[in-house]
Each structure stands twice: as structure tokens, then as C-alpha cells.
Design a protein around this ligand. Structure first.
Ligand code: Y39
Ligand code: FE
Ligand code: FE
Ligand code: FE
Length: 230
């Protein structure tokens, strides 16, 4: 159901809330760590952008510290083992692509898919967050648009040469995002975040990114729904 139709008071101290938060908070902390690692790796693959990519990596480190403080503020211990497992498929795919020198695939995984996932999750979280976490998340989401923009700009400038690899990387990795979303839907719901809203925000951000890079509306429809029912 649309999440604005009714916003019941959320008890941030209830055991139910804190249990769900221990997983979602861990996912975000792990995600920020992997984003840091991925931008460092991208800097090695793109020496002419290394300085800029190191700045993006540093932002991810700050995000991680911010979200760790959100967990502490609620006296929640993040379930990091769950989070590492949650990211393992994407993590492996990024690692394999980096080993094979597939820069375009690495950019699609981190700067498009993961950043759009973060943008959707953070935007949907802000209105239902506790006051402390809301302020932190508002600062973080601004940075995530910069990260998405880096990937868009590079891929746009190299569109013709990247197109085939982007399509293949989308085919391999987008279904993983839908699976990840399904895995956290129940916990997200407890935090006041509806799966439908997350899917919608992700689709909008990802579709806009593909459009900015140079894909046609027809391509975007085909690509962004890939694996949605998986
Ligand atoms: O670029 C970034 O900072 C991305 C790593 C962060 C990803 C966060 C993933 C959020 C998914 C949470 C799902 C909640 C429903
Ligand atoms: Fe609901
Ligand atoms: Fe981040
Ligand atoms: Fe980011």
C-alpha cells in the first residue's frame, strides 16, 4: 500500500523494530564498506579519475560511520554476518569483473545499480526514520546522487563502446537486486518502508540513469524490468 496514506506512530524501541533494524542497519553498513572498496578498485582501473574516485570512496566511509552511529543511537547491534551474505552475489560479480578488467560491468554494478538501490532505500527511509537517523540519511543521500552521476557521465562519454557490455551486465546483475529486495521486504515493512515504494523509486532512478547515458525508452523498458519477477 502507498506509504503516505497512513503513517502510524513507529515505536523505535520495540523489540520488533530493533530486530528488523539489526539487519537493515547491517546491510547499509556493509553496503557502504563495499562501496568504499569498489571506488578504490575503480580508481585503480581508471587512473585518470583516481583522485575523484578516492573522494567518492571517502564519502562512503563517512556514510558507514554515520549509519553505525544510527545503530548505536537505537542500541541495536548490526547483524554483519547477515549483511555480508546479503551482498555476496553482487560482491562476487564485482570482484570477477574487476579481475577480468571489465570496467563497464564494475561501473554498472556499483555506480548505477547499487547507487540507485541506495537512493531508493534512503529516500523511502527518510520520512519514517527516527530524528537522529533522518538527519544522517538526508546528508548521505545527497552524496549518492554524486556517485550515480560519476557513473552516468563516464558511461555516457563511452556509450557506443560500452553498450553491449552494459546490456550483459544488466542482465546478470539486475535480477540479483530484485532478489535482495525480496529478502529484506519484511524487515523494511517493519521500519515503515513499503516494497512497492522501493521498487518504484529504484525504477525511476535507474531508468533516468540509463536515459542520461543514452539508452532509448524501448531499451530502458526492456532492461529495467529484467528479472523483476525472479
Ligand atoms: O553507494 C552506496 O553508498 C551504497 C552502498 C549503499 C547501499 C545501501 C543499500 C541499501 C539497501 C537497503 C535496503 C533496505 C530496504
Ligand atoms: Fe503495508
Ligand atoms: Fe554511500
Ligand atoms: Fe555511494
Amino acid at each position: 500500500m502507498p506509504q503516505l496514506e497512513a503513517i502510524p506512530a513507529i515505536d523505535f524501541q520495540s523489540e520488533t523494530y530493533k530486530d528488523a533494524y539489526s539487519r537493515i542497519n547491517a546491510i547499509v553498513i556493509e553496503g557502504e564498506q563495499e562501496a568504499y572498496d569498489n571506488y578504490i578498485k575503480l580508481g585503480e582501473m581508471l587512473p585518470e579519475h583516481q583522485e575523484n574516485l578516492a573522494r567518492l570512496a571517502k564519502m562512503e566511509m563517512r556514510h558507514q560511520k554515520g549509519f553505525q552511529s544510527c545503530g548505536r543511537n537505537l542500541a541495536v547491534t548490526p547483524d554483519m554476518e547477515f549483511a555480508r551474505e546479503f551482498f555476496s552475489s553482487l560482491h562476487q560479480n564485482f570482484k570477477d569483473a574487476a579481475t577480468e578488467g571489465k570496467l563497464v560491468t564494475c561501473l554498472l554494478i556499483q555506480s548505477l545499480i547499487i547507487e540507485c538501490f541506495a537512493i531508493a532505500a534512503y529516500n523511502i527511509y527518510i520520512p519514517v526514520a527516527d530524528d537522529f537517523a533522518r538527519k544522517i540519511t538526508e546528508g548521505v543521500v545527497k552524496d549518492e546522487y554524486l556517485h550515480l552521476n560519476f557513473g552516468e557521465e563516464w558511461l555516457k562519454a563511452n556509450f557506443e563502446a560500452s553498450k553491449a557490455e552494459l546490456e550483459e551486465a544488466n542482465r546478470q546483475n539486475l535480477p540479483i537486486i530484485w532478489r535482495m529486495l525480496n529478502q529484506v521486504a519484511d524487515d523494511a515493512h517493519i521500519l515503515g518502508m513499503e516494497k512497492e515504494a522501493l521498487v518504484e523509486d529504484f525504477m525511476i532512478a535507474y531508468g533516468e540513469a540509463l536515459s542520461n547515458i543514452g539508452f532509448s525508452t524501448r531499451d530502458i523498458m526492456r532492461m529495467s524490468a529484467y528479472g523483476l519477477t525472479a
